[in-house]
Design a protein around this ligand. Structure first.
Ligand SMILES: O=C(O)CCC(=O)C(=O)O
Length: 265
């Protein structure tokens, strides 16, 4: 999948590109089923909310074949490599749950703030590309973004280690208010299989999910190989130390896997 000049200009201007239904339901169903199995396991990579509900599962591409294929999928890897003008490696991989009734807040933050401060990443030449595993609705804890906020560089932040089970470098209310007054706030919604690609400095957050409806999203954090991290403070299954460029699989690899492994097959 090659980005057009118009898409490149839109990404530069707004800091994100949203592609509804980038993956088919057949491709997503197998990932959704396997994510639920991963959440049931007691692996160290599965972090939980204070209630015990799953919050995130790290590094699933290293222990699950379907998520490995997604982590090397050309519809995700190629546009990010194109934007950075070089090959990318996996800096982080998460399946965030936002569980029904229990999914907690993600405070306002910039991803690059954490990658720079905690992992010594030299430049914001990494980004998250998010794949919806469930339908994301206005009510089930959607991601919220402040368009154009990536143009403001890396902002002052403080380390929030108390609000949730997940430590995060978060922005203060005055900063968020000023940015939102300038750029507004959007919450992309859409069917499972939709993809949101966003700049490492784009300010974002998500509210709790108090509905009965799950909202799982997979995040590939792809970093330009020449921009690899220089500090190794976090576990290597949270901030990876394998800087090998990702060699994309074929476009139908996930569909083939789904055909042979889906519960209906
Ligand atoms: O999954 C979410 O709701 C937010 C995740 C997030 O902001 C992040 O991983 O940086």
């Amino acid at each position: 999948m090659k980005l057009t000049d118009q898409q490149l200009a839109e990404f530069d201007e707004l800091g994100y590109l949203f592609t509804p239904s980038c993956f088919s339901e057949a491709e997503i169903q197998v990932l959704r089923d396997e994510a639920e199995e991963i959440y049931k396991s007691d692996r160290k990579e599965v972090w939980r909310e204070d209630t015990g509900a799953p919050r995130t599962a790290f590094a699933a591409h290293t222990y699950n074949e379907a998520f490995r294929l997604l982590g090397s999928h050309p519809r995700l890897i190629d546009p990010v490599s194109q934007l950075f003008g070089e090959q990318v490696y996996m800096h982080q991989y998460k399946i965030n749950a936002k569980a029904p009734f229990d999914g907690a807040v993600w405070q306002w933050h910039q991803d690059y703030g954490t990658w720079a401060r905690d992992d010594g990443m030299p430049e914001p030449r990494a980004m998250n590309i998010a794949v919806f595993l469930d339908e994301v609705m206005p009510i089930n804890g959607p991601l919220m973004f402040i368009p154009k906020s990536h143009k403001r560089g890396t902002l002052d932040a403080s380390h929030d280690t108390t609000t949730t089970s997940y430590p995060l470098w978060t922005l203060d209310n005055d900063t968020v208010t000023e940015l939102a007054d300038a750029g507004g706030i959007i919450a992309p919604t859409g069917p499972a299989g939709s993809v949101m690609m966003f700049h490492g400095n784009l300010v974002h957050a998500s509210p709790p999910n108090i509905t009965p409806y799950p909202r799982k999203i997979v995040y590939l954090t792809l970093n330009a190989v020449s921009n690899h991290i220089t500090k190794f403070n976090r576990e290597d299954w949270i901030a990876h130390r394998d800087f090998t460029p990702i060699d994309p699989v074929s476009d139908d690899a996930l569909l083939e896997y789904a055909r042979s492994h889906s519960k209906a097959a």
